[in-house]
Write a protein that binds this ligand. Structure first.
Ligand code: 3PY
Ligand code: MG
Length: 253
């Protein structure tokens, strides 16, 4: 089976995703060796473009976390290119309506399920030759981001779109949209944590998976305990900054 994340979630095993904001095959390779279940190249806010994403996929290949990407926006051209480059899951920012979820899924699925164009230049060279077309629709994860009030209001309709495997929570945009500041990632507002519980229950009721963006291992542990199937412990950039800062602080006393 080509998507270890999907298998893990179905088996009830919770996973940890790493986040690649740095456009470097080498940092992707280093992150890939650390034991994350998946790594996501961030083309929305990360300093990543299409070629750096391809290089990150190449860098992580040796170690085998599930390669994923976050799209810059809900746009079929870049979605197709990232899948062709080997992404086994796409996270799409700011999906607020059923129609936007349908457009996202359509870009990720070959006909008759969707409108993805055939041409898996890099994705097709892995696994059994000629099989990719037949397995891609089942194996590729489509994870729309729920990160606005509007998306929460439309959650059931979004989850009901065939081909939506699950959702991904963007904590800062979601909090901003609900009027909670400052826009910090690891929320402690009671209202936001209650909302997470509600979103988890909605996904469980519909047999869909749910994950969220976080930074620290301690918070990811709490979110797993709350019931999230996956959580990001990000990122390469945060790890570099916090590691270097800690050493500088130790030096300067
Ligand atoms: C958010 O916090 O809105 C995100 O998209 C996290 O990546
Ligand atoms: Mg966001």
């Amino acid at each position: 089976v080509a998507n270890a994340l999907k298998e893990a979630w179905k088996a009830g095993r919770q996973t940890v995703n790493g986040w690649l904001s740095i456009p470097s095959a080498f940092s992707a390779e280093l992150m890939a060796g650390l034991g994350f279940d998946s790594l996501t190249v961030d083309l929305q806010h990360g300093v990543q473009d299409y070629m750096s994403a391809v290089e990150c996929f190449q860098g992580m290949q040796r170690h085998g976390p599930v390669p994923m990407a976050r799209l810059p926006w809900n746009e079929p051209g870049i979605a197709g290119k990232l899948l062709d480059a080997g992404a086994m899951g796409l996270i799409c920012p700011m999906v607020n309506t059923k129609e936007q979820a349908e457009a996202f899924v359509s870009a990720c699925r070959y006909p008759p399920a969707g409108t993805r164009s055939n041409g898996p230049v890099r994705a097709g060279i892995y696994g059994e030759v000629g099989r990719y077309f037949y397995t891609a629709n089942d194996d590729i994860l489509c994870l729309p981001m729920i990160e606005t009030r509007e998306a929460v209001a439309n959650l059931d309709a979004i989850l009901d779109v065939p081909g939506v495997d699950g959702i991904y929570i963007g904590p800062t945009d979601l909090a901003i949209s609900h009027g909670y500041l400052p826009p910090v990632m690891e929320r402690e507002d009671k209202e936001m944590l209650d909302l997470y519980e509600k979103l988890i229950r909605a996904c469980q009721d519909k047999g869909k998976f749910i994950g969220l963006h976080a930074i620290t291992g301690a918070y990811v542990k709490r979110m797993h305990a709350m019931g999230f199937n996956y959580a990001t412990m990000g990122s390469d950039l945060n790890a570099m900054i916090s590691g270097a800062r800690a050493q500088l602080a130790a030096l300067k006393g």
